[in-house]
Design a protein. Structure first.
Length: 323
């Protein structure tokens, strides 16, 4: 999808502060000197069997793009692609899960649209509000920053392993619960610590989304492998071949741009291409503030957050991973 944008030449307007040019998480449109609209939409197939939990995960995933811009969610529209033969009670549970998560985010459900689709999908179109002088596009990262990641990675491997019977529903449940968590506290904290660039980690994987930031910001980003929060069996499952249909494309997009310095096996390298569902925020703050920001995240219940990377002047932009 990222490559398709290169063929589009939409009209430009000075009020459009973030469009499609940097493949960012959402668009930002200035309304006044003090307010701007954050606009985004996303929908996904179900990573779990529980319809209520699916609704929560899909809604959290969609709302996260507003948080990645440093914004506050305001309104949401349901986007429903539901099979005609699906039980109405199941569909109602999906919508209930989504609505509960919308309310948890402090937003309002204002309508939606549905189509009949052979494959079940659900998500939201979300509008949010942000200060046009203070938001966090992926082009906002600066050299010398430290970067924090607020949720573990490896969800793609777990979902695939569950589908193949390698991971039980009970083992998948804590991973799914993490997917259903909002990035609200993470967003509020990063804005308190004057973050200048952010992205949420979703379908393009940790490497893909951070590579997008490195390109847009024209710098290098160096990961600290041991610091990256990982779901317990993520690397093991990737070593067993529990990759998704998106993994090869994600890996191809990183070729020539991601360098592993040291001994990394194939499964460890694959972790950077593992597509995430409703992943955490990845954002940069001044190096002197990183430890205090991490403490505040932990105090606010974002217990998986870690300082996972640093930025440096890079020409051309690139990613590195070190032990």
């Amino acid at each position: 999808m990222q490559g398709l944008f290169s063929n589009l030449r939409p009209a430009r307007d000075a009020r459009l502060l973030v469009g499609i040019e940097t493949n960012d998480d959402a668009a930002v449109y200035r309304l006044t000197d003090d307010s701007a609209l954050v606009v985004t939409a996303d929908f996904i197939p179900s990573p779990v069997d529980d319809p209520y939990l699916f609704g929560q995960i899909a809604a959290a995933n969609s709302i996260s793009d507003v948080y990645a811009m440093g914004g506050k969610p305001l309104t949401a529209l349901n986007l429903c692609m539901f099979p005609a033969k699906a039980p109405s009670a199941m569909l109602a549970e999906i919508l209930r899960g989504g609505l509960d998560k919308i309310h948890e985010a402090g937003a309002l459900l204002v309508g939606g649209h549905s189509v009949k689709d052979d494959d079940l999908k659900y998500g939201l179109a979300v509008n949010g509000l942000v200060d046009p002088r203070r938001f966090t596009p992926n082009a906002g990262a600066k050299p010398g920053q430290r970067f924090l990641l607020t949720k573990p990675v490896g969800t793609g491997a777990y979902v695939q392993a569950n589908r193949k019977g390698v991971v039980s529903d009970a083992e998948l449940l804590p991973v799914a619960a993490k997917m259903a968590e909002l990035n609200r506290a993470a967003c509020e904290t990063m804005m308190e610590f004057a973050a200048t660039g952010a992205t949420d980690i979703t379908g393009f994987g940790l490497g893909g989304h951070v590579w997008g930031m490195a390109k847009a910001s024209k710098l290098g980003i160096r990961f600290f492998w041991d610091a990256i929060p990982k779901h317990p069996r993520a690397v093991e499952l990737l070593g067993q071949g529990m990759t998704t249909g998106l993994t090869p494309g994600n890996r191809a997009n990183l070729e020539g741009h991601l360098e592993f310095r040291g001994a990394f096996d194939d499964a460890e390298q694959a972790l950077f291409s593992d597509p995430q569902t409703s992943g955490g925020l990845f954002f940069g703050v001044a190096a002197k503030d990183a430890d205090a920001c991490l403490r505040k995240l932990h105090e606010r219940g974002v217990g998986d957050a870690r300082i996972v990377a640093e930025s440096f002047a890079g020409d051309p932009p690139r990613l590195e991973v070190v032990r």
